[in-house]
Design a binder for this molecule. Structure first.
Ligand SMILES: Cc1cc2nc3c(=O)[nH]c(=O)nc-3n(C[C@H](O)[C@H](O)[C@H](O)COP(=O)(O)OP(=O)(O)OC[C@H]3O[C@@H](n4cnc5c(N)ncnc54)[C@H](O)[C@@H]3O)c2cc1C
Length: 493
């Protein structure tokens, strides 16, 4: 067995681990990072950017939101069911964290709401300009994976500060002595065991999105049946389980809900094309939410969860498709390509021919319902009612924005089943606002910190879409807080 001694051990080099190791090293600690995979950045490499409030970019664009206002909004949204001290510290640090990243060379394309909506629906769906979208490496329009440019710069910075990275070396146990965390056990890619000792251990292993058993036990969803979340390889819940084994308190775990098509990255054009405020129904053929809200992926994920079989169906007709092709989509996504309807036919024909199961096309509503597995009578009745309301120009059921009251009448008709999805899991390990791990009685376990999604228990039951970029925002800021506190302890030791 190999032995290592250091000041601070960071378990994982994902987003929160990178923030933690940089902050600890900047504050004078000798830092060793253990990473299971062969790359740094974790799930953040899939995304677009973090939240910040009060950043230089916001000031430049005259975005007036203050950290105090963001704190109030967040607490109102979560009904004060979460740790106000943690939320407060996070928002008040978040603007400075954007500046911290910029000093490392991270460039941002700008600051964004999660999506734009017309004035009429803004009150429900729109958020604040908090999402700092990372400028993609090599230029071009920002899109999925552009945040890789940020994690690369962070990795460079950490290396510059002398942080040691042990790649492909997963940690499997926290060493506890007299109730204190004093190190970890790991195994490198050649199978050699490592015992590492340190003054503090920071856990940052990214939750359990790739662990169907844990998803079911902790949240009740069945992977591949009732949820089709991103399962980033390696996110098995390691840090959470190790912390629980070491005596950490437990928090409620949730999934960071959204909605998506199964295997959506390979069907991305359709994933985006059907995110329109057309006609959305459940398995009985009934509408279940005002479709002008479907761009709020959290709300829609929640609403689909509540439907029979936790599925929904988005439907449009050939008249609407023609309009989308000519004038572009009603709701422009910031994640999907803006010209997606230019590529719709090609992807649709290919996916239909290959039997991609969530989609179907038919010349009549009856046939469409049968093919999709929607109650035929229910859908026929709903379409009739809906078309009557479109003719009258008013949605009597949900008061959907009248601009989107567009009849479903001209075949062929297009349908795409929508499933509950998620970016990953949230929560598990009980921490305080300093990110110190606590036991179930809220007593600090000395030497042990937990950050990022393993400990993210500040959203209550739903991701706060109104303050977007919040998961990366929490990961970066909790990581930074842990790194600073762990270094302070290590230096005082
Ligand atoms: C498609 C997609 C898009 C997203 N877009 C955004 C966005 O634009 N804005 C936003 O705010 N959020 C976004 N998110 C969410 C955000 O990326 C994650 O919440 C964030 O990266 C989580 O950070 P983390 O540090 O907790 O974990 P991660 O960044 O996922 O890192 C976890 C790391 O732990 C390692 N690991 C696991 N087990 C061990 C072990 N035993 N030992 C050592 N290492 C281990 C893993 O290999 C990984 O590197 C997105 C997520 C996805 C999937």
């Amino acid at each position: 067995m190999k032995s290592i001694t250091t000041d601070v051990i960071v378990v994982a080099a994902g987003l929160s681990g990178l923030a933690a190791c940089i902050a600890a090293a900047e504050n004078g600690a000798k830092v060793t990072v253990f990473e299971k995979s062969n790359t740094t950045g974790g799930a953040a490499n899939m995304g677009m950017g973090p939240l910040g409030v009060g950043s230089p970019i916001q000031r430049e664009h005259m975005v007036a939101l203050t950290p105090g206002e963001a704190f109030r909004k967040h607490m109102y949204y979560t009904h004060y069911r979460v740790d106000a001290r943690m939320v407060r510290d996070y928002y008040f640090k978040s603007g400075d964290t954007i500046e911290w990243l910029m000093d490392m060379g991270v460039e941002f394309a700008g600051v964004q709401r999660a999506f734009s909506a017309p004035e009429a629906t803004r009150a429900y769906s729109d958020g604040e300009f908090t999402w700092h979208v990372v400028k993609p490496e090599g230029g071009g329009a920002p899109g999925p994976r552009c945040a890789t440019a940020m994690t690369k710069k962070m990795t460079e910075k950490a290396r510059e500060l002398g942080v040691e990275f042990l790649m492909e070396t997963p940690v499997n146990k926290i060493i506890m002595e007299d109730g204190k965390a004093v190190g970890v056990l790991a195994k490198d890619k050649d199978g050699e065991e490592i015992e590492a000792r340190a003054k503090s251990v920071i856990l940052a292993t990214g939750g359990f999105g790739d662990n169907p058993k844990m998803i079911q036990e902790q949240t009740g969803y069945e992977f591949g049946k009732t949820i089709f979340n991103f399962a980033i390889p390696g996110m098995k819940g390691d840090g959470i389980n190790m912390a629980w084994e070491a005596g950490a308190g437990r928090t409620e775990c949730t999934m960071e809900l959204m909605y998506q098509l199964p295997d959506n990255m390979n069907h991305f054009i359709l994933d985006g094309a059907f995110r329109q405020p057309s006609l959305w129904v459940n398995r009985n053929g009934d509408r279940f939410m005002p479709e002008d809200q479907i761009a709020n992926t959290t709300f829609t994920g929640n609403a689909i969860t509540a439907q029979p079989g936790s599925v929904a169906y988005a439907i449009f007709d050939s008249k609407l498709l023609k309009k989308y092709k000519k004038r572009g989509p009603d709701i422009v996504s910031h994640v999907h390509p803006h010209d997606l309807f230019d590529h719709f036919d090609e992807q649709w024909e290919k996916d239909l021919a290959e039997g991609y199961e969530p989609i179907c096309q038919a010349d009549t509503i009856e046939e469409l319902a049968e093919k999709a597995g929607i109650d035929v009578e229910g859908l026929v009745k709903q379409v009739e009612e809906y078309n009557d309301m479109c003719d009258a120009g008013f949605d009597e059921l949900f008061e959907k924005d009248r601009a989107y009251m567009q009849n479903i009448e001209k075949g062929p008709f297009y349908c795409c089943r929508q499933n509950v999805g998620a970016y990953g899991s949230l929560g598990g390990v009980l921490i305080n606002h300093k990110t110190q791990v606590m036991n179930q009685e809220a007593k600090v376990i000395p030497g042990l910190y937990c950050v990022g999604t393993d400990a993210c228990n500040i959203f209550g039951d739903s991701y706060p879409f109104i303050l977007s970029g919040n998961t990366m925002g929490f990961c970066l800021n909790s990581g930074r807080i842990a790194g600073e506190n762990a270094a302070e302890e290590a230096v005082e030791f």
